[in-house]
Design a protein around this ligand. Structure first.
Ligand code: NAP
Ligand code: GDD
Length: 363
């Protein structure tokens, strides 16, 4: 039986990766940091599994990392998915982001070398944010894209930390001969996405809004009106806050998290370590995502329901991301299975089901 350690198992990707590895009969050791509240909701369905062991540790604390590695020196694969992963937050907590997202990766790599786990394979969660303001242009189609050869021009403390971790992986691979790979993953989402990322914020709001319409028996949008920040009944006795968002013009290459963890595992099965871009190859603005998500609920004019809040603008923005995953497709045989329409409907349906279950539980 293969053994894997997942740093960041309580996160979106960590939970999907744990599903995948357990389905492949791995023994999984999940590292969870101490918290005053329970953070295991995304892996609750796995907690009783015999092959899953949860241990306490924090990647900013090299001794706790070392303890985990020494106790599991028969480990085959180590996945570092732990990060302060919110780009907006990284502008407000830059030093913390550096400690976790940048230095945390080095703590694990140092631990691997110090514990002499040279046989172990290592995966680092690198990010398309590292490209920042940089892209290449296909001279035939004139389309912009980013791949493994595109230079990095990071636009946030998060992206700078990810670049540092990425280069550390490359150095340790070359200097110590570690089987260390980095997946440069473009945005990937799903029902387990954190609530303050833009796709989840939009899909959650739409379900809450339609629930509000239904519970107040509004059968048509003619029964409601809007002010700057609120949606109200025509007599103004009932109100619901508009969806508050920032920059809607940025372009993102959005895929489904469940597809992307398969790519992580495939990288770990290769004879040679390497870096791979993982993406869909399609790009859409936040406005496109809004159009799709509102259409799913039969609402055409999303702009009426959105309040542009300067608080959600970032000091610097990544305007355009569209990946080229030709290398992963040819070398790993990987391709995404879920398109954007399917992703939107999956996220909305999951939120509706969650609400129904909570409602049922309250009776
Ligand atoms: P996420 O949901 O924010 O999960 C982050 C995980 O890291 C959580 O389990 C979190 O634990 C853990 N963590 C944070 N600080 C830690 C620390 N000091 N010690 C140990 N664990 C710590 O992120 P995600 O979306 O799953 O992304 C996984 C990784 O891929 C991250 O490194 C992210 O930066 C990177 N990435 C994500 C995307 C994407 O679109 N999702 C794209 C490219 C790269 P708590 O539950 O305690 O907070
Ligand atoms: N979060 C958020 N909240 N973003 C908003 C909002 C809002 O209210 N309004 C507009 N946006 C815009 C952001 O400015 C950004 O251009 C875009 O929506 C996507 O923002 P996020 O969903 O927060 O994702 P991200 O692209 O910044 O970062 C995600 O993807 C990276 C890979 O490219 C994260 O998962 C990172 O961890 C990951 O590395």
């Amino acid at each position: 039986m293969k053994k894997a350690i997942i740093f960041g198992i309580t996160g979106q990707d960590g939970s999907h990766l744990a599903d995948l590895l357990l389905s492949k009969n791995y023994k999984v050791v999940g590292v969870v940091r101490r918290s005053s509240t329970d953070t295991t909701s995304r892996i609750r369905h796995l907690l009783e599994r015999d092959n899953l062991e949860i241990v306490e540790g924090d990647i900013t604390d090299s001794r706790s990392v070392m303890n985990v590695l020494i106790k599991n020196d028969d480990v085959d694969e180590i996945y570092n998915l732990a990060a302060q992963s919110h780009v907006g937050t990284s502008f407000k907590q830059a030093a913390l982001t550096w400690d976790i997202t940048g230095k945390g990766c080095m703590n694990i790599l140092e631990g691997i070398v110090d514990a002499k786990l040279m046989h172990t394979r290592f995966y680092q969660a690198s990010s398309s944010e590292m490209f920042g303001a940089s892209y290449d242009v296909d001279c035939k189609t004139m389309l912009k894209y980013q791949n493994e050869n595109t230079k990095f021009l990071p636009q946030s403390p998060y992206a700078i930390s990810k670049c540092a971790a990425h280069y550390t992986v490359r150095l340790y691979r070359e200097a110590y001969g570690l089987h260390a790979s980095a997946g440069i993953l473009f945005n990937h989402e799903g029902p387990r996405r954190g609530d303050n990322f833009v796709t989840k914020k939009i899909t959650n709001w739409i379900v809450d809004f339609t629930t509000w319409l239904e519970s107040n028996e509004f059968s048509s949008c003619e029964q409601i009106t809007t002010s700057d920040e609120y949606i109200m009944s025509n007599d103004r006795s009932l109100s619901f806050p508009k969806l508050r968002l920032g920059n809607l013009d940025a372009c993102r290459d959005w895929g489904y998290a469940g597809d992307y963890v398969r790519a992580m595992w495939l990288m770990m099965q290769q004879d040679e370590p390497d870096d791979y871009v993982i993406c869909t190859g399609e790009t859409h603005t936040i406005k496109d995502f809004l159009t799709l998500a509102f259409k799913f609920m039969n609402i055409d004019d999303w702009a009426k329901y959105v309040y542009i809040d300067p608080a959600f603008y970032r000091p610097a923005e990544v305007d355009f991301l569209r990946g080229d995953s030709s290398k992963a497709r040819s070398k790993l045989g990987w391709e995404p299975k879920c398109n954007l329409e399917q992703l939107v409907s999956m996220m909305i349906n999951a939120k509706i089901n969650e609400k129904l279950q909570n409602h049922a539980r309250s009776f």
